[in-house]
Design a binder for this molecule. Structure first.
Ligand code: SF4
Length: 202
C-alpha cells in the first residue's frame, strides 16, 4: 500500500500555492481552447499514453498526496498498473522506442488523480510556447486535434509557459530539502508518473 513518508509530505502552504498556480494554468489553457474552439470531447485518441517526464519534487509530492487519499483497493490497483507500466517502458526505452503506454492513473479514460495531475497534463493539448530570457522561443504545437484546428491559422493563439514555469521553479525552491536533495539534484528530477507513484521522494 502506498504510504506517505515524511519526505513525501508537502507543506500545506506550498500545496495552496501550487493549486493557485494550477488554476492559472487552467485559465490560460481555457482562453486558448476557447479561441480555437478546441475541446477533448469525443476525441478518438487519449493523450494519457504520451510519454512525459516530470521534473519537480513539489509536483511529485502533490501527486503522492492525492494517491494517499485514494481508497486502499484503488491504491493497490494503481501500484500494480505502475509496476507494469515501468516494466514495459523500460523494455521500450532499451529498444530505443519512445513508450506509448496508458498512464497507470488512467482508468477507462478518466484520470484517477485529476485534481493532483502535474503541469504537463494540464497544458498538453492546445498550442503553447516557451520564451527564454535570451529571447529564443520554443513552440509546442499541441495534440493532433489542435494541430488540425490550427493548420493554416494566420496567428495561432498559444499558452505562454514562461511565467507559469518560473513560478513552478520558485515554488520548487521552497520545498523542504530531503536527505539527499540540493538545488542541483532538484533540477535533476526526471520521473514518469509510474516512477512518481512507485518511488518515495528523496
Ligand atoms: S496523471 Fe492523469 S491526466 Fe496525466 S497522464 Fe496520467 S491519467 Fe492522464
Amino acid at each position: 500500500m502506498n504510504q506517505q513518508t515524511s519526505a513525501d509530505q508537502l507543506p500545506s502552504s506550498l500545496a495552496v500555492r501550487l493549486v493557485k498556480l494550477y488554476r492559472r494554468m487552467e485559465a490560460a489553457y481555457d482562453i486558448v481552447a476557447r479561441q480555437l474552439d478546441f475541446s477533448c470531447r469525443a476525441c478518438p485518441d487519449n493523450c494519457c499514453d504520451s510519454y512525459f517526464l516530470h521534473h519537480t519534487r513539489i509536483e511529485w509530492a502533490y501527486l503522492r498526496e492525492g494517491l494517499a487519499q485514494l481508497p486502499p483497493e484503488r491504491q493497490a490497483h494503481v501500484m500494480i498498473q505502475a509496476r507494469d507500466y515501468q516494466q514495459r517502458a523500460k523494455t521500450a526505452l532499451a529498444a530505443g522506442i519512445r513508450p506509448t503506454i496508458m498512464c497507470p492513473l488512467n482508468e477507462a479514460g478518466w484520470c484517477d488523480l485529476y485534481q493532483h495531475r502535474p503541469m504537463i497534463c494540464r497544458l498538453h493539448g492546445v498550442p503553447s510556447s516557451l520564451r527564454f530570457p535570451s529571447g529564443q522561443v520554443k513552440k509546442f504545437p499541441g495534440c493532433f486535434r489542435s494541430q488540425e484546428l490550427t493548420a493554416g491559422h494566420p496567428a495561432i493563439p498559444m499558452v505562454e509557459r514562461a511565467s507559469l514555469l518560473q513560478e513552478l521553479v520558485m515554488l520548487e525552491g521552497l520545498m523542504p530539502s530531503g536527505s539527499t536533495s540540493s538545488g542541483f539534484t532538484r533540477l535533476k528530477v526526471q520521473k514518469s508518473i509510474a516512477e512518481m507513484i512507485l518511488e518515495e521522494l528523496p
